[in-house]
Design a protein around this ligand. Structure first.
Ligand SMILES: Nc1ncnc2c1ncn2[C@@H]1O[C@H](COP(=O)(O)OP(=O)(O)OP(=O)(O)O)[C@@H](O)[C@H]1O
Ligand SMILES: [Mg+2]
Length: 275
């Protein structure tokens, strides 16, 4: 069993009376792909929002690479080596692919946008470094040749890759992908899986939320199942798909979620919430 890069213990957050995530204890092994699955509203995106510092937990702790990061702000979490994509990524269609990645990266790594907007001295010094980082990220997702095209000219799959490049520009050790295959056709999904495998072969640790079971089953080393905010199962894809509690959770939510084992449960597209 490899060492865990990230560990959460009794992690929880309440919104009023709703426990969106409740008492979740789990770890993400270094160098592996862990899928976070569960019916719509299970708390998957909220779990990512907690890890990445977008939300402050109301209980529990988060440790990353041996450091307690529970109370860190988003840009501090990014600087420690955790990056994420969003269920919906806003792409600035008029900007070039390269400019979009540079701006996306800055928004994540700075406490504010003032430097970028006012073009302060620090901003100018950072420009060259930021440009190089963005180009490296575009190479990793196979978009270096498209760097100077308008982002709006890319296919849906290309735009998803831009979203991943924005996250990679901060050179993370852990990448959180929230429904990376939403809206993709089967061929695009296979290409995306190959990209994720390459990134992991290059040393990255990945956690992903995904409703497409073909992707989860074909890619994940381990799966964590959330239901009503709680972890109801964790194990290999084979173990989890046979777990009665998991089957029950998916069958019980069939009307608005999906069913374990179907190629594509949850046709909601998941494009509603940003962060
Ligand atoms: N900022 C918030 N304020 C209030 N409630 C929230 C907030 N964010 C999430 N929730 C609630 O927490 C629960 C979990 O939401 P979350 O977005 O994490 O689900 P999910 O598992 O990502 O679902 P999906 O598969 O549909 O994306 C939902 O009931 C949601 O309405
Ligand atoms: Mg979600």
């Amino acid at each position: 069993m490899p060492d865990s890069l990230l560990e959460v213990q009794d992690l929880g957050i309440r919104f009023g009376g709703l426990h969106a995530v409740r008492d979740v204890t789990a770890s993400l092994p270094a160098g592996q792909i862990t899928a976070i699955i569960g019916p719509n509203g299970a708390g998957k995106s909220t779990f990512f929002n907690l890890i990445s510092g977008f939300y402050q937990p109301t209980s529990g702790r988060i440790r990353f690479a041996g450091e307690d990061i529970t109370r860190l702000k988003t840009h501090e979490v990014v600087s420690r080596g955790i990056a994420r994509t969003f269920q919906t990524t806003t792409i600035y269609k008029e900007l070039t692919v390269l400019e979009g990645v540079m701006i996306g990266h800055r928004v994540r790594t700075r406490a504010g946008l003032f430097d970028a907007l006012l073009r302060t001295g620090r901003e100018r010094r950072d420009q060259a470094e930021s440009h190089a980082g963005a180009m490296r990220a575009l190479e990793r997702v196979g978009l270096a040749a498209q760097a100077h095209l308008p982002a709006g000219a890319l296919t849906q799959e290309g735009q998803k890759r831009v979203g991943i490049a924005m996250a990679l520009a901060s050179d993370p050790r852990l990448l959180l992908l929230d429904e990376p295959a939403a809206g993709m056709n089967p061929e695009e999904t296979v290409n995306l899986m190959a990209l994720i495998r390459e990134l992991v072969a290059g040393g990255l640790t990945v956690a992903l939320v995904e409703h497409k079971m073909s992707l989860v089953m074909g890619l994940a080393d381990g799966i964590v199942v959330l239901h009503h905010g709680q972890k109801i199962a964790q194990g290999t894809p084979q173990q989890v798909s046979r777990d009665p509690a998991v089957v029950e959770a998916y069958l019980g939510s069939h009307a608005h979620g999906g069913q374990m084992g179907q190629a594509e449960p949850g046709q909601h597209g998941g494009e509603a919430s940003h962060a």
